[in-house]
Design a protein around this ligand. Structure first.
Ligand code: FHN
Length: 484
């Protein structure tokens, strides 16, 4: 069957690696599935698809040091919406699990009742942290308050929170913060600053409260959102980042008021790219991997199936091979991968998510040197090429015919070639002026046959390929930076 080559926002018909990965890791992938993905998920927001360079800022670079090293993080979407899990009153509610209140236009008075049923007795913060670590992830970002307005933490600004409104009565963010501190992993908070469907003056709930342009939006911001961001930055130890989202009505001074709160309370905390004012790094659209590399810091928020918040009916998991490819694709373009899980109402991260993440984590234990702290490709031809006819996708971006055979990341004096398929024999290393010293497999340090013919450096890899998920070959060269 012919399938789309749309793995990261590019399309080309033809049998692809996706099919092979699918065969290897047993996850169904077809054009139909990809199509359903778009229907379920909708097209991503209007965030930058190509990362524009920004003027240098040494203070920002300092804040970003850990982020550039980390590369891979765990996103957690968890809240009341895990109870209906994609259904309302016995009817399937289409779209993202966490959007059930909006999609089924549930009145606040009805939706609020979920809080009395939220009793996630299987929640164990240490287990979540252990999963992130086993997965090779270096930071966690959790929804402290999503668009439904319910806070997962004890809040003086709104009683609609985990401690005051549920039978569970535990501050799960506090428990997670403590577990992260014990486990040595950074923690950041997602906070929906604009949309709050619970509040008469928050954005988004027009079925209870009428049109947004008639609302006293600053009343909501000053009465709930700003105090809650202060609470997050004072009660939970060092906060790695605040992940703002969907910046509606963020005009004038409004986004800057949030920036000032963050800088005043925790100057090292990063701000993502969806505040409505410039953040510390660029956030791409959901699941959107830009076509080319950038020296700017950026991050892709991404789903492991098609929803963020738990849905009982979404079993279309990406395979470990697909996740590994996306991770290397992103890192080779200079970005970070923030990959999501949606725990159940009992507080359990779905087993398929756990298994997939741990499989990639085992690969990273052996091959992580090619990922953590690694710089982007010095080449670019391996990524693909734009449509010769200037074709555009539905967002208006140029269509890229993506190549998926290999990616390369860098460290001083080293190139890490990650092969997702058996390369042509011999594989020609793109031309560089630096002398090449040696080549070896990262996993077991076994030398790889390297020869030079007419100024071309050639690698001979054994067949079948050493690791069917991905095989990394390190090429060491003279000097620290590639000269072309
Ligand atoms: O509307 C949200 C969505 O529920 C989810 O939180 C994603 C994650 O990036 N952000 C928004 C849509 O882009």
């Amino acid at each position: 069957m012919q399938i789309s080559k749309r793995i990261s926002g590019t399309t080309k018909p033809g049998t692809t690696k996706l099919t092979k990965l699918t065969k290897r890791f047993g996850v169904r992938a077809s054009f139909l599935v990809i199509l359903v993905g778009f229907v379920v998920q909708g097209f991503p927001g209007a965030w930058a698809q190509t990362i524009q360079p920004r003027p240098p800022d040494p203070a920002r670079e300092k804040r970003l040091e850990w982020f550039r090293e980390a590369k891979y993080g765990l996103f957690i979407h968890w809240g009341l919406y895990a109870i209906p899990a994609g259904q309302w009153n016995g009817k399937r509610s289409l779209g993202l699990g966490e959007w059930v209140m909006f999609r089924s236009t549930v009145p606040v008075k009805e939706y609020e009742k979920l809080a009395a049923r939220f009793n996630p007795v299987k929640f164990n913060a240490d287990e979540w942290v252990k999963l992130a670590k086993d997965a090779g992830m270096k930071y966690i970002v959790i929804t402290s308050k999503h668009h439904d307005g319910f806070a997962l933490f004890k809040s003086k600004a709104s009683a609609y929170n985990m401690v005051d409104a549920t039978p569970f009565k535990r501050d799960v963010l506090k428990e997670l913060a403590d577990a992260c501190a014990r486990g040595g992993i950074r923690l950041g908070f997602y906070y929906s600053q604009s949309q709050d469907w619970h509040e008469p003056h928050g954005a988004g709930n027009t079925w209870d409260f009428g049109p947004d342009d008639k609302k006293d939006y600053d009343q909501y911001l000053r009465g709930k959102a700003e105090p809650q961001v202060r609470e997050l930055l004072t009660g939970y130890g060092p906060v790695a980042l605040i992940w703002f989202d969907t910046p509606r009505m963020m005009t004038g001074d409004r986004p800057h008021r949030f920036t000032r709160i963050v800088r005043e309370l925790q100057p090292n905390t990063l701000i993502d790219g969806r505040l409505g004012a410039e953040g510390d790094y660029v956030s791409t659209g959901d699941n959107v991997i830009p076509p080319s590399a950038s020296g700017e810091a950026w991050e892709v928020p991404a789903t492991i199936n098609h929803t963020w918040g738990y849905r009982t009916d979404d079993h279309d998991w990406k395979s470990p091979g697909q996740i590994a490819f996306k991770l290397l694709d992103i890192v080779s373009k200079g970005g970070n991968y923030l990959l999501n899980v949606g725990p159940t109402a009992e507080g359990v991260i779905p087993q398929p998510s756990q298994d997939i993440l741990r499989t990639v984590g085992r690969w990273l234990q052996v091959n992580g040197e090619a990922v953590y702290g690694a710089g982007p490709t010095p080449f670019g031809e391996e990524l693909g090429e734009p449509s010769a006819r200037g074709a555009k996708d539905l967002r208006g971006d140029s269509l890229i015919y993506q190549q998926i055979q290999w990616r390369v990341t860098t460290k001083p004096g080293k190139l890490y070639f990650t092969f997702f398929d058996e390369p042509r024999a011999p594989f020609e290393i793109p031309r560089i002026k630096n002398a090449i010293k040696r080549a070896y497999r990262l996993a077991d340090k076994a030398p790889v046959d390297l020869k030079t013919e007419n100024g071309r450096a050639l690698l001979n890899l054994e067949r079948p390929i050493f690791d069917p998920m991905a095989t990394v070959v390190v090429v060491e060269f003279e000097g620290t930076k590639v000269e072309r």
